[in-house]
Write a protein that binds this ligand. Sequence first.
Ligand code: ZN
Length: 317
Amino acid sequence: MNPSSITGIHHVTAIADDPQGNVDFYAGLLGLRLVKRTVNFDDPSAYHLYYGDAAGSPGSIVTFFYWPGHAVRGRIGAGQTTALVFSAPVDSLDFWRDRLERNAVSVSRVSRFGEEVLSFSDPDGIPVEITAVAEDRRQGWTGAGISAAHALRGLHTAELTVRYAELTEFLLTGVMEFRLVRRDGARARFEAGPGGSGRYADVIAGPDAPVGTGGSGTIHHIAWSVPGDADQLAKQQELKSAAYQVSPVMDRDYFHSIYYRERNGILFEIATETPGFAVDEPAAELGAALKLPVMHEPARRRIEAILPPLAPARTYA
Ligand code: ZN
C-alpha cells in the first residue's frame, strides 16, 4: 500500500505566560476540552496542556507551553504560524461576539474568502479567529456548557506568515502535496488530503513584515497529520531528499513526531494520528489528572510540588 500523504492539521502549539489564565480562556471561555494535563517533556517543571474536542482528535488540538513571569516575550511576525483559527457553525458568530465582549474581549469581524471571521486576542496577545464554516461535520465539545449549535469544532486553517511566499508554497505543493484552493491579494489558501475545514493552510505574503521571535505570546509550531508511522517515515525520507533537515522520530506518548523548518523559518512537525490521548487515561476522564511521561514518573512528587496549582476552568456567562 502506498503511504498516505499529509491529511491536514494535527495540532498547533503556542507559548503562554500563565497556565491558569490560559485554562480559563481556552477551556472556560472558548469551551474547548482540556484533554491532557502533562509537563513539557524537556522541562518537567512546566505544564504542557492540550485542548481539543471530546477525544482530542487530530485537527482539533491546540497545546501550550508556559514560560511564566514574562521571562521571554516573543514577537509575532514573519516566519511564524500567526493565528489560531477555529471553525464554528455558520450561525454562531453573534453568540461568540456577545460572549467574548461580555467578558471584556474586544472583537472585530472581517470577511475572507467568502467566510465571516471574528478576530480577537487571547490573554497573551496571540491572535485567535473564529470562522463561520458551513461545511464541517466535526462535532465540537459541549461539556463546557456551549451547545453544539455554537461549539468550536476544531482548527480551520493554519495561518503562515512569511517574507518569501513562493518558498513556502513550493514546499506545500511539492513534498507536502497540498493543492492551491484560491488566492486573494497577499493570502493564498491550500488544502491537504480530502480538503475542507481543518485541512487548510493559508500562506500570507508579508515581504516587509518584521521577522517574529519566539517566546511567550507566540505560536511555537504547527503540526500536520499523517495516519501512521509508515506514512511519517516516508515523508521524513522525502523531506530529506529535498534537502530539509528533519529530526529523528520522537515519541510524544500521544503521537510520534518529526520536526523540520520550512525555508522561511516556520517550525513544522508531522505527527501521527495514533496512539491518541486515551493511551494513558480513560477517554471519559481525559485531562482530569496530571499524566507524566514514563521517564519523569519516578520524580512525580517533586514535579507536583514545583508545578503551580491548577483549578478547573472558570465558568463564563
Ligand atoms: Zn507539536
